[in-house]
Design a protein around this ligand. Structure first.
Ligand SMILES: [Zn+2]
Length: 244
């Protein structure tokens, strides 16, 4: 595994006494909002993104832009090649579903599911957290508009939190009591967008689409685009991104 720093540090937004927290960062609007909530809750953010073999680079570019926008203390991108295993439309040559309605999205686990992704990512976040003595880990998972992913459910998060405290030196010795924060878990996409807008998140910097064109423009028809557009519409706000 290879690690590299992909964004400069800045702590202008955090008071000197701020507690460290690790934030799992994708390029999407959920993790941008989770980061803004962590910051307003007084945490100093150590952001972690994963280059897991996504079919496109735009998500990682967005993750770096948002890390800068949030004024994170440190942003690490870990390369871990989940594409070697295939079996996901996000990493393999499998068509991304388009034009599905909400009912279709609510049934079954879609092909955009990346096997065990959040367990892999939370394990990396936990390792990072232990090294920077951060007891708090933020992840922008959402169980309302969540596209059927099993590793976005509250019972999964509770199980991982228990594991974190059993699996680490800091947990066993009691120097850190790990907590997995999921500030968006019971929010709709519209509520997430409204909250982020109040906190000054620039959603023009985010990237949600599973299947962007070569310039990185979102398709407007995959599950991620449709949930995002529905969220902005229900929030009564305009998505700053240009589609197609
Ligand atoms: Zn799309």
């Amino acid at each position: 595994m290879e690690t590299r720093v992909s964004a400069a540090s800045s702590s202008t937004n955090s008071p000197p006494s701020a507690k460290p927290a690790v934030l799992l960062r994708s390029g999407g609007l959920d993790s941008a909002t989770a980061g803004a909530i962590a910051r307003v809750d007084g945490f100093e953010i150590f952001a972690l993104s994963a280059d897991y073999g996504q079919r496109h680079r735009f998500e990682l570019e967005a993750a770096a832009r948002i890390a800068k926008h949030l004024g994170v203390k440190r942003h690490e991108t870990v390369r871990i090649d989940l594409a070697r295993f295939g079996h996901s439309a996000l990493t393999d040559d499998i068509a991304v579903p388009k034009g599905r309605n909400t009912e279709e999205m609510e049934h079954g686990i879609p092909v955009t599911y990346v096997p065990a992704r959040n367990t892999v990512l939370l394990s990396l976040a936990l390792a990072f957290a232990e090294t920077v003595a951060a007891a708090d880990i933020f992840i922008g998972v959402n169980a309302i508009d969540y596209s059927g992913y099993p590793d976005c459910r509250p019972e999964y998060i509770a199980a991982f939190e228990q594991l974190a405290n059993l699996a680490t030196k800091a947990g066993v010795e009691g120097t850190l009591k790990f907590k997995i924060h999921t500030p968006l878990i019971t929010m709709t996409k519209a509520q997430i967008i409204r909250r982020g807008t109040e906190l000054g998140v620039d959603y023009g910097l985010t990237h949600s689409c599973y299947d962007p064109n070569v310039q990185g423009r979102p398709c407007g028809r995959c599950d991620a685009c449709l949930l995002r557009l529905k969220g902005f519409a229900e929030a009564g706000l305009k998505d700053p991104l240009t589609y197609g």
